[in-house]
Design a protein around this ligand. Structure first.
Ligand SMILES: C=C(O[C@@H]1C=C(C(=O)O)C=C[C@H]1O)C(=O)O
Ligand SMILES: [Mg+2]
Length: 461
């Protein structure tokens, strides 16, 4: 038993209301308390009962999990401007009341969300609710870190708010979430699987290699789509549970809006900033895992020495290095890549570390890095032109930054690959690969097949 000291929420709301009267503006209130340990995915499932938008995030080392329920605040920007988001967050915090004795943990007001791969892409039916960039501060945020659980509640208090009623509502919903009966996890079953135009896609790979050969383009990343159907409405909690158990070394995320959820397990960190320490990663170049230890080792060694994959990888390292150098005096990048093992495949990996210069934040770095050549190609403009003109699918948030930041702009973004957009009893999965001069369409096709596997299995396929 931990001693859980309950915060007097009504007292906090009253003080916040006084502040909003003094400043003639609504106050953004955030209150954090430590609670008895609770399983993050159970908490996520409990959120379904109160019918609010949910979100989930697990760090790749699985030491930190976040679960958010409800929208205390939503920043929705059709233009997906990084600088506007930064300004809006600063403004929000200017008139805030933050009660948090646990700020050494990842608690307090935290915004979670994503950007589109290409802000200029026209949003069609598939990504309808996910236009532009969207960031949400949940009403209830569970932080689970090193076996400790914290709950941060966030609301707006205005001059005319009925704070007693607000406090009572928060407490009722909090109790519903914390004392829900152990949820049942429903098995998802895939009944239909449809690959979108594999033949056309392979032709597109050919077109890309021809373009690379004849023009000043080095790499173009091409994605494809797999559609599935379930026998019932897909249970996202079940998907997260499976991903959490099977996809080590991956960020596990879910961002739900109304009844649509973008969910995935990506190995690719875009950037993390913690107290001006910056961590990024270059991940490109792929091989399958072997069935035996020996075979696995062989595949890994071949990958490490394969010119085509090394070329794909180097393009990413060069760009990220240059981008990070513009924000930091000192950048540490090893000369040679190592292997990054995942359940179904392995990648070439080069970590990047730096000290971020004062005055820059996580969001500045995300803006500069995205889209890296790992998801777009190189040079950026020409590869993006090719994708815009010829790629048949709507990328939406696939391949784009997804993550979180706190009140100090510390936080982390991953690249949303190995992901699916789930809507009721249907889901669309995405996978892409880096096409370079000597790419073979059939081999690239096989590579994307293995990239679908983790999500397909987690979805019950
Ligand atoms: C584009 C994806 O993955 C990217 C492409 C890779 C490659 O082509 O070798 C490897 C990792 C990622 O940078 C994806 O998984 O959808
Ligand atoms: Mg590749």
């Amino acid at each position: 038993m931990i001693e859980t000291k309950e915060i007097k929420i009504d007292g906090v709301l009253q003080s916040a209301q006084k502040q909003s009267i003094d400043k003639s503006a609504p106050t953004f209130v955030s209150v954090t308390e430590q609670i008895e340990w609770i399983d993050p995915i159970d908490f996520f499932q409990a959120g379904k009962a109160i019918e609010e938008n949910r979100l989930y995030w697990s760090s790749a080392d699985q030491k930190t999990q976040f679960v958010g329920i409800g929208d205390a605040l939503l920043f929705h920007d059709e233009d997906a401007s990084y600088q506007d988001l930064k300004e809006k967050w600063k403004q929000t915090l200017e008139n805030s009341w933050i009660a948090n004795p646990f700020s050494q943990y990842k608690t307090g007001p935290i915004a979670f969300g994503g950007f589109p791969f290409d802000a200029k892409e026209k949003v069609e039916e598939l990504w309808e609710g996910f236009s532009g960039s969207q960031f949400r501060v949940p009403t209830f945020l569970l932080t689970s870190e090193n076996d400790k659980s914290f709950l941060t509640m966030t609301v707006y208090v205005e001059q005319g708010s009925n704070v007693d009623q607000l406090a009572a509502e928060l407490i009722t919903r909090k109790n519903q979430l914390l004392h829900a009966p152990k949820p049942e996890y429903q098995e998802n079953h895939t009944v239909l699987k449809h690959e979108v135009d594999p033949v056309e896609w392979k032709k597109l790979v050919n077109k890309a290699t021809t373009t690379i050969y004849s023009k000043n383009v080095d790499k173009i990343v091409l994605a494809r789509e797999l559609q599935i159907e379930f026998d019932e409405i897909c249970d996202i909690g079940q998907v997260l549970d499976r991903l959490q158990k099977t996809q080590k070394n991956s960020f596990i995320f879910a961002w739900e809006k109304d009844d649509v959820c973008f969910v995935g397990a990506t190995p690719e960190r875009l950037v993390k900033v913690d107290n001006q320490q910056l961590f990024s990663a270059c991940l490109a170049g792929t091989a399958p895992r072997g069935k035996t230890k020996e075979e696995d080792n062989d595949f890994g060694q071949q990958l490490l020495h394969d010119q085509k994959n090394r070329n794909e990888h180097k393009i990413v390292v060069d760009m990220i290095k240059e981008a990070v150098c513009s924000f930091a005096k000192y950048v540490e990048i090893p000369e040679q890549p190592t292997l990054y093992p995942l359940k179904n495949l392995q990648h070439l990996f080069t970590p990047v570390q730096a000290e971020l210069d004062q005055g820059y934040t996580l969001l500045d770095v995300v803006e500069k890095l995205h889209p890296t050549p790992a998801l777009c190609g190189f040079p950026r403009e020409s590869s993006l032109d090719f994708i815009r003109e010829f790629e048949q699918l709507e990328r939406g948030w696939y391949g784009a930054p997804i993550g979180w930041f706190d009140q100090y702009f510390d936080g982390e973004f991953a690249v949303a690959i190995r992901s699916a957009l789930v809507s009721g009893d249907k889901a669309t999965l995405f996978a892409g690969c880096g096409v370079v001069e000597d790419s073979d369409p059939e081999i690239e096709y096989q590579e994307t097949n293995i990239k679908f596997t983790p999500m397909l299995q987690a979805l019950g396929g």
